[in-house]
Write a protein that binds this ligand. Structure first.
Ligand SMILES: [Zn+2]
Length: 80
């Protein structure tokens, strides 16, 4: 069944193209978020602790240090 194989080839090629386009979109979005973090977000937590750059890049618009984030997460989990 060559017709079936051709259809599968076509489908695989389409998936590859769509994946490549998706990856490019995601990379562009990540780059945009990284720039936004560098420009707008304060590198300091509300407690005065400096938020590490790696953490700010991993979590865009993150405004809390690890200690505060963990503390608040525990509180909200207890409430829920
Ligand atoms: Zn903090």
């Amino acid at each position: 069944m060559t017709a079936g194989n051709a259809a599968i080839d076509l489908a695989e090629r389409r998936v590859e193209q769509e994946c490549a386009a998706g990856v490019a979109r995601i990379q562009a979005a990540i780059r945009g978020q990284y720039q936004a973090v560098e420009v707008t977000a304060s590198p300091f937590c509300e407690c005065g602790e400096r938020i590490p750059d790696a953490r700010r890049q991993a979590i865009p618009n993150c405004t809390r240090c690890v200690d505060c984030e963990t503390f608040i997460e525990r509180q909200s989990r207890r409430r829920a």
